[in-house]
Design a protein around this ligand. Structure first.
Ligand SMILES: Nc1ncnc2c1ncn2[C@@H]1O[C@H](COP(=O)(O)OP(=O)(O)OP(=O)(O)O)[C@@H](O)[C@H]1O
Length: 310
């Protein structure tokens, strides 16, 4: 189950400073990932912490499903929200299984139910129950610890997941792997996920929508491909960086721009699900300016050059 999260004109002003979050209105549709991105101090974490009421808004409200969170008991609200943070926060003296079982135990589940859930979640996040259940966090790699953090947040099957710079402490290669894992998990569990990151690449990879914040204001809120195609202003363009076209090519699939025209015989082929970046590399490797799409249709280098304008 997933629930929509709607910010309705939400402002948070800490005393003596300009608002950390300034009249934010946006909707995260049920079962989708919103990536909140922006430079340090733009209000990402404050926005996220208002969802589980670690911070109370100065004005406005956040609506979960059709219930304003200001009307929900905090305990009940937090039970509906899994929370993953950068340094995981696993308890070092508890085994992996005990860490994952914390919320189910608080909810009074019986032992067989907890054991079954722990094993199910370890499998879901790509760890082997028999091997990892009894280990302690110090005996896991950073990426594995982060996955246990995700498993723990999902333990009681909350409809909403909040992730604050969850992969910030991981090296770049592990980071991409864990991002892929998260997308695979999301394919199965379909939660409403809000993820905070200062890394535009991560936002583009993970978000169904990306919300760009600057000084507490929402600058742009669109699908990654639309942000890449039409950055709203110089600030968003700068966050994207100089390789906008490459990012766009790695975001779009062959299927999204191919034509139905048949390719000439002996044209090298490509899968419909491949990225345009992959297709471009294949064109370079084969020296062919067109590719036959497996199952019918073709992709021409012209199609690649058109993508930046959509
Ligand atoms: N408890 C607080 N008291 C006063 N000011 C605060 C408090 N928490 C946050 N702020 C201020 O609100 C603004 C937004 O902070 P926030 O932590 O939401 O930004 P962020 O985008 O998550 O930054 P970072 O990427 O560095 O974590 C900052 O100017 C910060 O100094």
């Amino acid at each position: 189950m997933a629930l929509q999260v709607e910010f309705r004109d939400v402002t948070k002003a800490f005393p003596g400073t300009p608002p950390a979050v300034d009249r934010l209105s946006l909707t995260v549709e049920a079962g989708t990932i919103l990536a909140l991105v922006g430079p340090s101090g733009c209000g990402k974490t404050t926005t996220m912490k208002m969802v589980n009421r670690l911070i109370e808004p100065s004005s406005g409200d956040i609506v979960l499903g059709d219930t304003p969170i200001s009307r929900m008991p905090v305990k009940e609200l937090r039970r509906m929200i899994g929370y993953v943070i950068q340094y995981v926060g696993l308890f070092p003296h508890m085994s992996v299984a005990e860490n994952i079982a914390i919320v189910p135990r608080l909810l009074g589940w019986n032992k067989p139910r907890i054991d079954a859930r722990v094993d199910e979640l370890l499998t879901l996040v790509g760890l082997v129950p028999q091997t990892h259940r009894a280990r302690y966090p110090r005996n896991l790699s950073g990426g594995q610890q982060q996955r246990v953090g995700v498993a723990r947040a999902l333990a009681a099957d909350p409809p909403v997941l909040l992730m604050d710079e969850p992969f910030g402490a991981l090296d770049p290669i592990t980071r991409v792997r864990v991002q892929d894992k998260l997308l695979a998990i999301q394919g199965k569990v379909r939660k409403t996920i809000i993820i905070v990151t200062h890394d535009m690449d991560e936002a583009i990879r993970l978000g169904d929508k990306v919300a760009v914040l600057r000084a507490g204001r929402l600058v742009q809120h669109e699908a990654p491909v639309d942000i890449l195609r039409h950055p709203k202003d110089a600030f968003v363009a700068e966050l994207i960086g100089h390789d906008r076209l490459v990012k766009l090519l790695s975001t779009l699939s062959v299927a999204s721009v191919m034509s139905a025209d048949a390719a000439p015989a002996d044209t090298p082929s490509i899968n419909r699900a491949a990225t345009l970046e992959g297709a471009f590399l294949r064109m370079l490797d084969t020296g062919s300016d067109a590719l036959a799409v497996e199952g019918g249709g073709s992709l021409h280098i012209r199609d690649l050059l058109r993508v930046s304008t959509g």
